[in-house]
Design a protein around this ligand. Structure first.
Ligand code: OAD
Length: 325
């Protein structure tokens, strides 16, 4: 005879004799409530918690890096890493691009990046692109932090949704870069730029790289993205369950739904340190550059990072003044 397991015990609780009068739906909802309460209790007691980081803070991530526990870091980025370079993000209330497109008289804001709309009316896109991406933009401290990870041989790959080319400008080697939504060069004139519009397939390099890279990652750092655009957003679920994930963002995003977790669907972060899931997700809420600076300071890389940025910004200034002669 099979042993009676904890699981059986829970199920028999859910179907006690008193429940005989309830309808199927009522029984199911009672059962779900019971399971949810149970999983809450487990979380409060820290049952099953498997600590991968010594502490679920940026300090815990720093120790993890310092202890040489990772050599295959994947970074993922969105528009938030470029806002300090003067490029707005898309969805931040009031400052986000999607809140400031009235003059283009679009049917809805996202149309400006939709391929079908672009085919019939490309002008708004080109006007916007010129405005958004003036020449001689300077990468931000966050970009140089990613470059520094690469220089130190710790970066497996950087996945970006950004089309502003700032990663390239920062000197990140092309083989370390996957531009998931394509890339835009402001000098391309009226031909369709090499960016991915909504309604288009992502580049082949994206699909090919994710299958190879994500199972190998030993640390995932996500910066400046609302993680709402697929398939990019779900990449965070492609790393091993033991891979720590650090979110550096102005707000918590992609937090795992309790109901999803209950059904064993592990989509999104679990930031609660008492969670019954593996304790490996850290949220650092604030500005990307400040978060990267803090990481660099704690890792003892601050001087190197500042020098890298200063030298490269001087190079960009020199090129700008050369071009204006
Ligand atoms: P969003 O605008 O959707 O999200 C930016 C995220 O970064 C938000 O969560 C902000 O709170 C945060 N943020 C902004 N500035 C920040 C800063 N300085 N420091 C830290 N966090 C900051 O931008 P994406 O996630 O990149 O697609 O958007 C994804 C895609 O949606 C884009 O690639 C674009 C857009 O439609 C296409 O154009 C195909």
């Amino acid at each position: 005879m099979d042993e009676k397991t904890e699981e059986d015990e829970q199920e028999s609780h859910a179907s006690s004799s008193k429940d005989d009068d309830l309808s199927g739906i009522e029984k199911m909802s009672k059962y779900l409530m019971f399971k949810l309460t149970l999983s809450d209790t487990e979380e409060k007691m820290g049952v099953k918690a498997k600590q991968i980081l010594q502490e679920l803070t940026i300090r815990g991530i720093v120790d993890f890096i310092k202890e040489n526990k990772c050599r295959n870091i994947i970074t993922m980025a969105g528009a938030g890493i470029s806002t300090s370079a003067g490029i707005p993000d898309f969805r931040s209330p009031s400052s986000g691009l999607y809140y400031n497109l009235q003059k283009y008289k679009l049917p809805y804001p996202q149309a400006i990046f939709e391929i079908d709309f672009f085919k019939t009316n490309p002008e708004p896109f080109f006007v916007l692109a010129k405005e958004l991406f003036p020449e001689h933009l300077k990468p931000t401290l966050s970009h140089y932090f990613i470059k520094l990870l690469s220089d130190k041989g710790l970066l497996l790959r950087h996945y970006t949704q950004n089309i502003d080319t700032l990663e390239r400008i920062s000197g990140l080697p092309p083989e370390k870069l996957v531009e998931a939504h394509g890339t835009f060069h402001s000098g391309q004139g009226v031909v369709k730029p090499d960016i991915i519009f909504f309604g288009e397939m992502l580049p082949e390099r994206f699909y090919h790289s994710i299958d190879n890279d994500f199972p190998k990652a030993d640390l995932l750092i996500i910066m400046g993205s609302s993680l709402v655009v697929q398939p990019f957003a779900s990449l965070i679920d492609k790393v091993k369950s033991t891979c720590p994930r650090l979110l550096i963002n102005k707000e918590k995003v992609s937090v795992q739904d309790r109901l999803f977790r209950f059904f064993g669907l592990s989509h999104g972060f679990v930031f609660d340190p008492k969670s019954s899931e593996c304790a490996r997700d850290v949220a650092w809420i604030g500005d990307c550059d400040t978060g990267c600076k803090l990481l660099a300071e704690e890792l003892g890389w601050n001087e190197e990072l500042e020098k890298l940025m200063e030298t490269d910004h001087r190079r960009i200034d020199a090129e700008k003044s050369e071009a204006s002669k």
